[in-house]
Design a protein around this ligand. Structure first.
Ligand code: SF4
Length: 734
């Protein structure tokens, strides 16, 4: 198909410094956990986006020196020539597609825990880190010699970047890193020429950019990613004061080839990676829209905003907000987003849903994966391509029972591989339990999980989709005539209060009663009786808080109770926790943490403190030792109890089929497998991945068990592995 002419501006080349981008799609620096320790994963993950049309691809934050050690967060590093080799592979692969490769040079000052290197970070002022306030992380105050040394560290890292093959070096001026620590009065208490006035606080950042421009500016572009507003009120950076004031000062120096913009700070970088539950497309516009007018027409500006619609992108450029569309999450969810726009296939874009599960991986010091794009991070180690599939020589007839996210994903992948797929769903619509989730308060963008797959299914001629067929029995499955069967019947919330706290059901918490409710029942229309409502949340992600918000919006008095140490605890990883708490505070949702339910009867919930037993161990008599156990409970008035305690697989069909395994051969069935929540209930990201993997590996010897993947790690004794007593690297900075 031809591109819609109104999107042509997105494909106009644009120059910055000595480099030219082939279009306006810029993959902003974003963390992956691949760093330099997994160079193959890093290279092929980034290169997939280059193949998909992104014209500039940046690493994650890249530490410039062992002083800037963020371990166990696996950032990129440019500490030595080994890092040059490993990141050089990324540059080579990205360049094959005519895309520019960038590296984001980072020194986090007082937010560098140094857990690997044990080197002491320095900062404008010796202060404890507020990001790691519970980890005893401090920085030393930088002398004037130290400040010169900082600049030399950046310059040496930039020279390594040039040797690796990068086309631009981006100085991170976000996430409260060193340049921002000089700029912000919160961190900079100096009284010398680097502290006090805005001019003085800007001095380090300007000296740094000037030095980089002089050292490497002829070979590569020198850019910065600057946070214009920390969203913390008037004691921090505000765009209309120090934010734009700094841009004016820096712009006069003419040492920045391109400005990429962001907001927020390190402590709450979820304001930059705003989740769809709290921030809609282009939410940053009010904070960044005035930069372009300051820096002038010849210096490009990049603006992010979780853009997935080309019309929104065009509007951002035509309005003067920016010249280039920056994206992290949309590029993860669909590496081929630019090409799909270019080819007029916008309905095939796999839109990011803003769930921030990718972010959650970074926050757990894990590897980046994506809810929508099961192939993210699997390009190298499993050779998965998001748009290409190994074709089978002999198609099988495959029955998939259940058209939730995992069943749909599995059916799509198997059909793209050439199998004939029969997708049967009891309900009259696609989506399984995710249909309900997309109707939770704030969760409407989650519906893209279904609509994307619905479009794909509509395009595939070799998938029959049968909706509203009712629940299939074991007889139905066995007699269907399929060669292989995948059971994807999902999971449900426990109707008896089973949860991780006790691994027992809760007496009286029985969802067959009118005043005990599960999320599914509420979304199906079961009324929440009375005034005082308790949400018992053992899940800690978005479901419990969604039920609390739904109930409070109905005029109920709501208390959220959790056994976790904090409310909505998983959302610390998706960077939504702070805004969840703000919302609860605004709406008057009360909470208690470290409590769980002992029983529920006659509108009285009996709670217990999860640490009610003694800390000391005692001789309990009869040769027994242990804690003195308590059975103390606290009564709480509760008209209705919403139980979000744990999920239970809908696996009865699969179990019955396993019991009748002897009949499979008679019916010419090669195998019956489980996928998604029906196998084990986990986050949607994992259910979709499981369905995808099953689809890719349905022809393997045992599809229920994943095939091995390539592990990247150093091998002891290999010729490249350092030996005891080897000479240590030379000091590069005096
Ligand atoms: Fe978007 Fe969620 Fe994928 Fe992250 S994990 S890129 S937020 S769909």
């Amino acid at each position: 198909m031809a591109r819609n002419p109104k999107h042509d501006i997105l494909f106009e080349p644009i120059s910055f410094g000595p480099k030219t981008m082939r279009n306006r799609f810029w993959q902003s620096a974003h963390c992956t956990g691949y760093g330099v320790e997994k160079p193959g994963t890093q290279a092929y993950f980034r290169a997939m986006k280059a193949e998909g049309g992104w014209a500039a691809i940046c690493t994650e934050a890249c530490s410039i020196h062992p002083e800037a050690d963020e371990y166990p967060w696996d950032l990129a590093r440019l500490w030595d020539e080994g890092d040059v080799i490993n990141l050089g592979k990324m540059c080579d692969e990205v360049h094959k597609h005519g895309t520019l490769a960038g590296v984001q040079l980072t020194y986090n000052g007082l937010h560098s825990p140094g857990l690997e290197s044990r080197e002491i970070p320095r900062a404008p002022t010796s202060l404890p880190s507020n990001v790691f306030s519970d980890r005893n992380v401090y920085a030393a105050e930088a002398s004037h010699d130290d400040i010169k040394r900082f600049i030399e560290m950046y310059c040496l890292a930039a020279e390594r970047a040039v040797r690796a093959g990068f086309d631009y070096v981006e100085v991170s001026g976000g996430d409260s890193c060193l340049p921002m620590q000089f700029l912000e009065t919160r961190y900079n208490h100096r009284t010398d020429k680097y502290g006090g006035s805005l001019e003085n606080r800007s001095r380090f950042y300007i000296e740094l950019m000037t030095a980089l421009k002089q050292r490497v500016g002829d070979e590569v572009a020198v850019t910065t990613r600057f946070e214009t507003d920390t969203i913390n009120g008037d004691h921090r950076i505000q765009h209309h004061e120090d934010g734009l004031g700094f841009v004016e000062l820096m712009a006069k120096e003419g040492v920045v080839d391109l400005w990429a913009l962001k907001i927020g700070d390190y402590e709450e970088w979820g304001e930059d990676a705003g989740s769809s539950r709290f921030r809609k497309t282009n939410w940053m516009r009010p904070f960044v829209k005035d930069v372009k007018a300051i820096v002038g027409k010849d210096i490009p500006v990049v603006s992010n905003g979780r853009f997935t619609s080309p019309d929104d992108m065009v509007e951002a450029i035509n309005s003067g907000q920016c010249d280039i569309i920056g994206a992290a999450r949309p590029s993860i969810a669909d590496p081929f987003l630019p090409n799909k726009i270019s080819e007029g296939r916008t309905d095939e874009i796999r839109e990011c849903i803003g769930c921030n599960m990718c972010v959650s991986r970074m926050q757990q010091q894990a590897l980046l994966y994506c809810t929508q794009n099961a192939t993210a991070g699997e390009e190298y180690r499993r050779s998965w391509h998001p748009e290409k599939f190994d074709k089978v020589k002999e198609p099988s007839e495959i029955l998939v029972v259940g058209a939730g996210p995992a069943g749909m994903e599995c059916a799509i992948v198997m059909a793209k591989r050439g199998h004939n797929v029969h997708l049967r769903e009891a309900d009259s619509e696609l989506g399984g339990h995710w249909k309900d989730v997309a109707r939770f308060p704030r969760c409407s963008e989650y519906g893209r999980v279904i609509t994307y797959r619905q479009t794909q299914l509509n395009m595939l001629k070799n998938v029959e989709v049968h909706l509203g067929v009712g629940k299939m029995s074991a007889d139905d499955v066995l007699e269907y005539g399929a060669d292989k069967v995948v059971i994807a019947t999902g999971a449900h919330w426990s109707t008896q209060g089973m949860g991780a706290e006790s691994h027992r059901t809760i007496p009286g918490a029985d969802a067959s009663k009118p005043n005990v409710l599960t999320p599914e029942q509420i979304m199906a229309g079961k009324k929440i009786p009375g005034k005082k409502v308790v949400v018992l949340d053992g899940d800690g992600h978005f479901t419990g808080i969604s039920m609390a918000e739904l109930a409070v919006d109905l005029g109920k008095e709501v208390t959220l109770i959790t056994n976790h140490a904090d409310i909505v605890q998983f959302t610390q990883f998706t960077m939504e926790m702070a805004n969840n708490k703000r919302m609860m505070n605004e709406k008057g949702i009360k909470h208690r943490v470290n409590y769980w339910a002992d029983s529920y009867e006659d509108n009285q919930l009996n709670l217990f403190y999860t640490y009610r037993d003694t800390s000391d161990l005692f001789d309990l008599g009869d040769d027994k030792w242990g804690r003195k156990m308590s059975d103390t409970t606290e009564p709480m008035e509760c008209d209705a109890l919403i139980i979000v305690t744990s999920r239970v697989s809908n696996d009865s069909l699969y179990r019955e089929l396993v019991e009748r395994k002897s009949e499979w051969e008679e019916e010419d069935i090669e195998g019956i497998y489980q996928t998604g929540d029906c196998y084990v209930p986990r986050h949607l990201m994992n259910a979709i991945w499981d369905g995808h993997r099953m689809g890719r590996e349905i022809d393997s010897p045992h599809p229920q068990y994943p095939l091995p993947y390539i592990r990247e790690r150093q091998i002891w004794g290999h010729e490249t592995y350092p030996k005891l007593g080897d000479e240590r690297p030379k000091v590069e900075v005096d």
